[in-house]
Write a protein that binds this ligand. Structure first.
Ligand SMILES: Cc1cc2nc3c(=O)[nH]c(=O)nc-3n(C[C@H](O)[C@H](O)[C@H](O)COP(=O)(O)OP(=O)(O)OC[C@H]3O[C@@H](n4cnc5c(N)ncnc54)[C@H](O)[C@@H]3O)c2cc1C
Ligand code: SF4
Length: 458
């Protein structure tokens, strides 16, 4: 089991992500027959190693090929690379669509299927799963499962402190480890989630509460991405919870869709779209990421939605899907941040970030930098959406309904400014052209554009 500390000198990782990776490697090395070797580079792998499980990034695949190692198929996904290639081939010339792939995955695995038909008579319960947050401060579900740190974690902390004292820079706060680092811990976290938290996953899946960081999300992406849980066992555990009456169908279907649908889909798209996909920049976005994002410093950010999200990432290296997509992604797209820089920042700052998971989520879904290969239109939203689906706006100094003036919401005005900037392209896309026509009718457009062009801070 190689441990390569020099990785942390190359990029600025979140401190808790570095901790989690080292802790997981060292916990795995406790298993019989596994020896921990400390290397300066993966190129220094000892000659006694002759075969590997195929790595999950272009760079590492090239490396193992160059060393001439025997390669076994990658693990940790539901459909094999051959199955996806066959599926993509069957769609040749047509746009790939998640829903279509997901139904194939359901049929292939038999999850939530009955005699070839979806359980409950429908494939998709999205209409039950779009509730805004409740008025209360929390969803009221039980706390997530938390690990207890051990001597391995204590040693990891000492080693990371030493690296910092030698000048290695991490982002974010150090803190108690929140995510599983061993197979036993991962199984405990899965069991706790399906037994106690899954039932409310669906209805509030798209909602955000400032005072409830985890809501009903599973927090299982990191253990799945690190290979501590297999996505099929996760989906089967959720299905069993439905069969045993512990969780409603809309939640279980919504969750299984994420795991065997979205997660597998973005993995296969990483290879399908090719190595250069991560460099796509169809909207010509070239603004650098601001220093307070890079430093995870919420202090001088006035927008409550953004400052809370940055503070949450600093505190835990994790926020759920909607802050990632509709707050970070949306704002980065509106403000024209360089897509590759955003992609790398997300990989480095999320505990579950990996090279394969991010491009479809960042370049494609969040930033529309691929010009529509992944989504038919940009996921752009203004203040009204954030106001409906989160409880940030009530305590923000900006007004989500305002477009101009000192208290104009930067996400609201930013949305119209974004449509204005790309109007020539968007007017040709029937899925977003209406926004261009509405923008052109705004009476305060000129003022709005000059206000947003001059805006330095959010
Ligand atoms: C900008 C952006 C960045 C993201 N970064 C990551 C990342 O670094 N690592 C990561 O695993 N996911 C990422 N996602 C997808 C998703 O946001 C996270 O998987 C999820 O928030 C992790 O929390 P959870 O385990 O509680 O997920 P839950 O809400 O409980 O969902 C269950 C599982 O579904 C899977 N899943 C759901 N949506 C996606 C998706 N779009 N892509 C991949 N898997 C998905 C995850 O494995 C997740 O654990 C990102 C999405 C966006 C828009
Ligand atoms: S008012 Fe605007 S800036 Fe403030 S929290 Fe709401 S969306 Fe964010």
């Amino acid at each position: 089991m190689p441990e390569v500390l020099s990785q942390f000198r190359k990029r600025r990782y979140h401190r808790q992500k570095a901790h989690l990776i080292l802790s997981a490697i060292r916990h795995r090395a406790l298993d019989p027959g596994i020896e921990l070797i400390s290397l300066e580079s993966y190129r220094d792998l000892p000659n006694s190693i002759s075969s590997v499980i195929n790595p999950t990034s272009y760079n590492q695949r090239k490396l193992v090929q160059s060393i001439g190692l025997k390669v076994f198929p990658s693990r940790g996904f539901v459909a094999s690379e051959e199955e996806f290639a066959e599926y993509a081939q069957s769609k040749a010339g047509k746009r790939l669509v998640l829903e279509d792939f997901y139904r194939k995955q359901r049929a292939r695995t038999g999850l939530l299927m009955n005699d070839g038909q979806p359980v409950g008579g429908q494939w998709n319960f999205d209409h039950d799963n779009r509730l805004p947050p409740p008025k209360e401060q929390t969803l009221g579900v039980s706390e997530p499962w938390y690990p207890e740190e051990d001597e391995i974690d204590a040693q990891v902390r000492r080693d990371l402190d030493k690296l910092e004292s030698e000048g290695v820079k991490f982002s974010g706060n150090d803190g108690q480890r929140l995510f599983p680092a061993s197979r036993d811990e991962a199984l405990a976290a899965l069991d706790h989630f399906v037994e106690q938290r899954l039932d409310l996953f669906g209805p509030y899946e798209d909602a955000v509460l400032k005072t409830d960081w985890a809501m009903s999300h599973s927090l299982l992406s990191a253990p799945m991405n690190m290979g501590l849980l297999d996505p099929m066992e996760v989906a089967q555990a959720a299905e069993n919870a439905y069969i045993q009456g512990k969780a409603r169908l809309a939640s279980v279907e919504g969750f299984i869709r994420q795991v065997i649908g979205w997660r597998d889909y973005v993995w296969h798209l990483y290879w399908h779209f090719g190595e250069d996909y991560v460099n796509k920049n169809e909207l010509g976005a070239n603004q650098p990421i601001p220093a307070n994002w890079l430093d995870l410093n919420d202090q001088d950010i006035e927008s409550n939605c953004l400052s809370s999200t940055i503070a949450d990432i600093s505190q835990r290296g994790w926020v759920h899907h909607i802050p990632r997509l509709m707050i970070l992604g949306n704002i980065a797209m509106q403000r024209g941040f360089d897509p590759k820089a955003v992609n790398d920042w997300l990989v480095d700052n999320f505990v579950d970030g990996t090279p394969w998971v991010m491009p479809a989520n960042s370049i494609g879904m969040s930033l529309y930098a691929d010009g529509g290969m992944m989504s038919t239109k940009p996921y752009a939203a203004g203040g009204a959406y954030i106001n409906k689906m989160t409880n940030y706006c009530g305590s923000c100094r900006f007004d989500p309904k305002k477009r101009v003036g000192d208290d104009a919401c930067p996400v609201n005005a930013g949305y119209w400014n974004f449509i204005h900037t790309h109007q020539e392209r968007f007017i040709l896309n029937p899925r977003i052209s209406r926004a261009v026509y509405s923008m052109r009718k705004l009476t305060d457009l000129e003022e709005l554009v000059s206000q947003e062009t001059a805006r330095k801070f959010l």
